[in-house]
Design a protein. Structure first.
Length: 314
């Protein structure tokens, strides 16, 4: 039995040597405890540093190291899709190279899938120690919105780090959409998932590629690409404004009948107009996000373009 470990990489030159050393220990444990051979599939997402050179050298000395290199940076979701496409083992796994996901869990996760307890063994962070308060708050709200509005069984702090069976990999590859949110896609295809928690860890080396603004864009892409909740929110805003307008009309009529004076005060009228216009623009913006994603889907462009990859060695 073989496990293919998919490792998306973008400017990870500093951490790759330590990551590989730790994973080599896990590779030996998988072989000894479960009789599972492990191979690496590094996906270079258009790195600008020496990431590709390091991977290329490692593939020349280790027959169990494969890699795919993109022509430019296409994003982590595209890198995950490319790794799944290249994986052909009995099991495949996803892990980030920054060592925030503990590779030692791979043994426990692979064991759960092999024993038949689940088809996907996925990891989540049990805490957010060391993370900024604003970032932690926004992350909690994001997962709460997903779980509440779309009834997704996804714990807070869910990671892409997981081990899955071959049939799960095949099911994921059958989903051909351009706008992808892997965490939700894992849930959509079904199959039994076992969640395994771990303590939050900081990067072993290098700098994070996820700034607060990048995470906000990622959250918008995830919500609009997977969930229809924002459209429902826009609809509820419209219904709410309709009832508020009815109340305003009744107020004007009653005031005229009781006090006999017309409604006065242009400043309040301007405020109401600006408020309603803001709501309208907000709703149009939500519709625009969905329209943009529809536009990208119908263009039918490939998720990524491969610049270079090595052939599997027998």
């Amino acid at each position: 039995m073989r496990l293919d470990l998919i490792v998306p990489c973008f400017n990870e030159q500093e951490v790759l040597p330590e990551f590989f050393a730790v994973c080599e220990e896990v590779r030996a444990q998988l072989q000894q405890r479960l009789s599972v051979a492990m191979e690496y599939i590094f996906v270079d997402d258009g790195s600008h540093d020496g990431t590709l050179e390091w991977i290329r050298r490692k593939s020349e000395t280790c027959s169990y190291v494969r890699y795919v290199s993109f022509s430019r940076n296409f994003g982590k979701e595209a890198a995950i899709a490319a790794g799944l496409q290249e994986a052909d083992g009995d099991l495949c796994a996803l892990i980030d190279a920054d060592l925030q996901d503990p590779p030692a869990l791979l043994v426990q996760m692979a064991e759960a899938v092999i024993e038949g307890r689940c088809d996907i063994a996925a990891a989540y962070r049990k805490d957010r120690n060391g993370e900024g308060k604003v970032r932690s708050f926004l992350s909690r709200r994001f997962y709460a919105m997903l779980n509440h509005n779309d009834k997704v069984e996804m714990p807070e702090g869910a990671r892409d780090f997981r081990v899955m069976s071959r049939r799960v990999r095949d099911a994921l590859l059958s989903l051909g959409e351009y706008n992808r949110f892997s965490k939700a896609m894992f849930q959509w295809v079904g199959f039994k998932t076992e969640w395994i928690g771990f303590e939050n860890r900081t990067r072993a080396a290098g700098k994070t590629k996820w700034s607060l603004s990048a995470l906000m864009r990622y959250a918008v892409d995830a919500l609009t690409g997977y969930s229809s909740s924002p459209l429902r929110i826009a609809s509820w805003f419209g219904i709410g404004m309709f009832f508020l307008s009815l109340i305003g009309i009744l107020f004007v009529i009653v005031r005229k009948l009781v006090y006999g004076d017309p409604t006065s005060g242009w400043p309040s009228l301007v405020c109401i107009i600006l408020f309603c216009s803001g709501i309208q623009l907000f709703c149009i913006g939500i519709i625009g996000e969905y329209l943009a994603r529809t536009y990208m889907e119908v263009k039918n462009r490939p998720l990524y373009i491969v610049k270079e990859k090595n052939q599997k060695k027998n």
